[in-house]
Design a protein. Structure first.
Length: 69
């Protein structure tokens, strides 16, 4: 699970396997595989970092795979 913050400052935990896409419109909108959307205050870089960290626990991405440079 990854920790996210909704616009109303509510903390939620999301299973990254449910993420289909992430859009910036200018808010960060997460589209889930079930078609629902979720608006969060987190940046896309934070979300990517958390998702990569989640998957790295299962050794899906090699160490240092994601870099914001």
């Amino acid at each position: 699970m990854i920790k996210l913050t909704k616009l109303n400052h509510e903390i939620i935990y999301l299973n990254p396997l449910m993420i289909e896409s992430v859009e910036i419109t200018p808010d960060t909108v997460i589209v889930l595989t079930n078609g629902k959307t979720m608006v969060v205050s987190n940046t896309i870089d934070y979300i990517i970092s958390e998702v990569v960290s989640f998957y790295s626990k299962f050794r899906i991405f090699p160490m240092g795979y994601y870099s914001d440079k």
